[in-house]
Design a protein around this ligand. Structure first.
Ligand code: IVH
Length: 667
């Protein structure tokens, strides 16, 4: 064949294959047999192999890149990727509808578009001139990670668009792992002695974060779009529903079961039907999403902070099933806490097989009167760890009381229960291998020092073989030690050492988090890092810590206690000596815009109190529960009660939602 003929043939094959993919994945109306499809595909592969200069990234043969990438680039979203307000009851749904009618000044029924709420991972995909050019995770909403190479491997994401598409289009939607693929993946993981994923969402997220797209490609992920935005070109239709249909004509897989209904009662009905069908759909949902269908009304309603006023996630209730409680073990956590774990006869709850569930602590066990041998109700809500709710007393036969062990099941040290605390604790401290393992896992985790490749299994192996005891020992691991481990190649050992070395350059906030001080999570670590240097933090008094918003006496106590322990100081010193460092900032003495101010929130507002609280705290304010002479302002929502009366008596400034929004944005 002459060159131009080859080019034309390749073009024709690609078009044909794309058309078949479109019919198969988007329209669900396959038009050829698998054998015929494979024949076309192989013909294209053969031609491309002979003429590699004619290969383009959007060719259907190019879904799976051959080489792993180094890491993910950060991308800034064209417009922020927002979240949704949640509702858990009919009342909250009704409130949403009332509010919309009130804001729009309408009393007629609103047209709502209803669709499933996918329990997966939000992504944004950009098409330029009909070609997939970039796909990114939601990240923090403003910036995400470029996971193009991984998204390209998902067959339900079209690499090229069909028909008369706009020149630049952004599509947003959810990547999910179907229940069946999830179960198969976990089965394989268990067989290979690997840790199974907790749920399909974690599995989808883990699969999309692979540096090697060949692994992602094997994970059987799927995509559903729930919105689109024309960046350049003819705008989308003026309703949400029609916009989705338009996306579909361009070859984009849209959310199934999308339906427009009139009025909130019909929304409720849709919800009930969806809930009844929950088990029949191949993917996990955690509720439905209801959106005002008319885009011009959406624009009128606008946004509050991070969520649109025109949409709502109406969540499904947690799922419950009954199974047999076979045994109770006690797990020792990072800080020595003993958590009773129920070993259950494996049972499926919402597409996930559960064989362990938390019993929280001994007080909970006593309160619920749960015994070994009971039939128990197990509940799983979203990504929350499954829990045992109650025993089924009618089914109780031979049972045994659950006893707290006197000695730690891991290190044999004494177990104590502190007066007034629910938790029982192993007194072994860092001589307890369980505590060593858990604190090291925490240290190397993504939110901590982020040492890639040093996973749970490897940490366990290193501690069990006494190669490391504390987190500081990680930085003294040698290539020889690592490559002598079972199932560890030279290459992997080198990669891990590189990751360890890379982790030395960190941020102060991550370092504080990684230390694993009790009850100091990511946001507290962040807060501490902006107010103190390491030296200042190590010598801070409880009073100094309490002066920060959001730090109460318990956390302050834990922090002071942590730095009072010689062992901890030694570990910190060793870490710094090994080269762990972060950019040193001069701590600002200037205050945040609302530093020193105290607010109280009352009544129903369009956002949850927690969210408002977080926003105020981010600006340095303190938010308390009761009104006093020290209160600087009372934020008043609908149906405010006694707090409002008290504030009026004391002459405290009242702040309504509009003023609040000004307060939050004007600074
Ligand atoms: S619309 C501006 N529709 O839920 C609103 N989101 O809790 C944009 N989600 O981050 C979201 N299914 O990842 C929308 N049918 C659906 C959805 C959906 C799942 C996710 C989405 C979002 C999160 C918010």
């Amino acid at each position: 064949m002459v060159r131009s003929d080859v080019r034309a043939k390749i073009e024709q094959l690609r078009n044909e294959i794309n058309e078949h993919n479109y019919r198969y994945y988007i329209l669900d109306q396959p038009s050829v047999t698998d054998a015929e499809f494979d024949r076309l595909f192989r013909e294209l592969e053969t031609l491309e192999k002979a003429h590699p200069e004619l290969i383009v990234p959007e060719s259907p043969t190019q879904r799976v890149g051959a080489t792993p990438i180094e890491g993910f680039e950060t991308v800034t979203h064209l417009t922020p990727m927002l979240s949704l307000e949640n509702a858990f009851s009919i009342d909250e749904l009704q409130h949403f509808d009332n509010k919309i009618k009130q804001l729009l000044g309408k009393d007629k029924d609103i047209l709502y578009s209803c669709e499933p709420k996918f329990d997966g991972l939000a992504v944004s995909i950009i098409y330029e001139n009909g070609v997939f050019v970039r796909g990114a995770t939601r990240g923090d909403g403003t910036t995400g990670e470029d996971i193009s190479a991984n998204l390209r491997t998902i067959p339900t994401i079209s690499l090229v668009l069909q028909g008369k598409f706009p020149s630049t289009l952004e599509v947003r939607g959810e990547v999910v792992m179907p229940k069946a693929s999830f179960l198969a993946l976990n089965e394989a993981a268990i067989k290979h002695n690997e840790k199974p994923f907790a749920n399909p969402r974690n599995a989808a997220a883990g699969s999309l974060r692979q540096l090697d797209p060949r692994i992602t490609a094997k994970r059987k992920l799927e995509f559903y779009a729930y919105s689109g935005q024309v960046i350049k070109g003819k705008a989308l239709p003026l309703t949400h529903h029609e916009s989705l249909q338009q996306l579909k004509t361009w070859g984009i897989r849209i959310s199934p079961d999308n339906k427009v209904v009139q009025g909130i009662k019909a929304v409720q009905k849709y919800y009930e039907q969806l809930l009844a069908n929950r088990d029949k759909l191949p993917f996990e949902m955690d509720g439905m999403v209801v959106k005002v269908n008319d885009i011009s009304l959406q624009e009128k309603l606008g946004y509050v902070s991070r969520a649109p006023r025109w949409a709502l996630a109406y969540k499904f209730p947690a799922e419950e099933v009954v199974t047999h409680l076979e045994e109770v073990d006690f797990q020792v956590g990072r800080t020595g806490t003993l958590t009773p774990v129920a070993r259950l006869k494996p049972v499926a709850v919402g597409g996930v097989v559960v064989s362990n569930a938390t019993l929280h602590n001994m007080d909970e066990i006593a309160r619920k009167d749960i015994r070994i041998g009971d039939y128990v109700v197990v509940r799983r809500a979203g990504d929350v760890i499954p829990e045992v709710v109650r025993p089924v007393l009618e089914k109780r036969g031979q049972v045994k009381h659950i006893k707290l062990p006197l000695k730690c099941p891991v290190c044999g040290s004494e177990v104590v229960r502190i007066e007034g605390e629910a938790a029982a604790r192993c007194e072994g401290g860092l001589i307890c291998q369980a505590q060593q393992i858990e604190s090291i896992k925490h240290f190397v985790s993504r939110k901590g020092m982020d040492i890639e490749g040093l996973g749970s299994k490897l940490v366990e192996q290193l501690v069990n073989e006494q190669l490391i005891k504390t987190v500081a020992d990680i930085y003294h691991l040698s290539k020889e030690t690592l490559s002598n481990l079972e199932r560890m190649g030279d290459k992997s050992a080198t990669n891990i050492l590189q990751a360890i070395d890379k982790s030395k350059k960190t941020t102060f906030a991550k370092f504080i988090y990684a230390l694993g001080i009790r009850e100091v999570g990511e946001s507290t670590a962040q807060l501490l890092s902006t107010h103190f240097s390491l030296e200042q933090l190590m010598s801070a008094s409880e009073e100094q810590l309490l002066a920060l918003p959001d730090i109460g006496p318990v956390v302050a106590g834990h922090i002071v206690h942590f730095f009072a322990q010689k062992n901890n100081l030694k570990v910190i010193e060793a870490l710094l000596k090994s080269g762990v460092h972060w950019p040193k900032e001069i701590k600002k003495t200037t205050h945040l815009p609302l530093s020193g101010k105290t607010y109280v929130i009352t009544g129903t507002l369009s956002r949850s109190r927690d969210e408002i609280k977080q926003d105020l705290q981010a600006l340095g304010a303190k938010v308390t529960d009761s009104v006093s002479a020290k209160t600087d302002g009372l934020i008043v929502g609908v149906d405010a009660g006694s707090k409002l009366v008290k504030a009026q008596k004391l002459g405290i400034t009242l702040i309504d939602e509009t003023q609040l929004n000004k307060l939050l944005t004007s600074k």
